[in-house]
Ligand binder design. Sequence first.
Ligand SMILES: NC(=O)c1ccc[n+]([C@@H]2O[C@H](COP(=O)([O-])OP(=O)(O)OC[C@H]3O[C@@H](n4cnc5c(N)ncnc54)[C@H](OP(=O)(O)O)[C@@H]3O)[C@@H](O)[C@H]2O)c1
Length: 302
Amino acid sequence: MRIVVTGGSGMLGHGFMRRAAPQHQVCGTYHTHPVEIPGCHLARLDITDEPKVDSIVKSLRPDVVIHSAGLTDVDACERAPEKARRINSDGTAIVAKAAEQSGAHLIYISTDYVFDGSKGNYVETDAPNPVNQYGASKYLGEEYAQRNCTATAIIRTTMFGLKLAPQVGMMESMVAALRQGKSMTRFVDQYFSALYTGQLNEVILRIAERRATGVFHIGSVNKISRFEFSKAVAKVFSCDAADIHPGPFRQMAGLARRPQDTSLVSAKISDQLGIAPLAVHDGLYQLKHDWQGLGSEGTALH
Ligand SMILES: NC(=O)c1ccc[n+]([C@@H]2O[C@H](COP(=O)([O-])OP(=O)(O)OC[C@H]3O[C@@H](n4cnc5c(N)ncnc54)[C@H](OP(=O)(O)O)[C@@H]3O)[C@@H](O)[C@H]2O)c1
């Protein structure tokens, strides 16, 4: 397959490209962080620049476009809702139109944050009701993707993974803090279905190979609280968990509202695509293994 990945410099995009490159012809785009990924061509692209998106997608003639680019900082989206909408919603419409014109299959990476978190265990037929600007802009992006591209798969997910150095994400910061013995408080009753990006990459490839369309929830088999997740990270990285303190869920002053329980049920993907249930602990061990393998190419583990 010829695959184009928007957001190739992002946490999900760079790992997906690395994973797919040995078997497929993979091109990616970055916006402000130029990166090199072995076996892949990358081009600079702003997804809100419609003529540029059109010309790049047309010239690459993809079979599938993985649309992973987005404004993912939830609090930045809250501070600048127009920007969030321009990138996450309008940008998605532009990418979807370009995919349609090329006859490509579109896979749009959406989020569990389309839900308000009041009930948890969300299935694909549950009604989204985002509580913040990020979730609202991504949900509108879902609508625009489906409206503008005939063969569209929407993936609602939540993930943990590794950023490309010198960027630092949630996992790098958490492991560093645990190693330094820093005290942290994590909510015991805020839940998510955390999936390692390496696990998600395999599912995305399967969806691309099958040219599957529709909405899919993809998360870990069991939901996990933020507190339990931090303790699992400490265990996998052989750190002392004594400095992780449990606390009750609450909204934080000055930050975007967060949903409390956005756990996803991934039964549809198992039934339709034969994907085995994915466990959080397996994902954490895979991440540790991959981190060691990145060596000087990525963020150093030691
Ligand atoms: N991380 C999560 O926990 C999570 C959970 C659920 C869903 N998602 C969704 O999954 C996708 C990937 O997330 P991620 O964590 O890998 O994101 P990320 O690490 O923040 O990367 C975002 C990517 O989008 C690119 N980008 C931003 N604005 C752009 C623009 N105007 N034009 C073109 N590219 C632009 C960035 O390029 P540069 O860095 O080069 O500027 C980067 O490659 C996103 O759509 C996100 O909404 C993420």
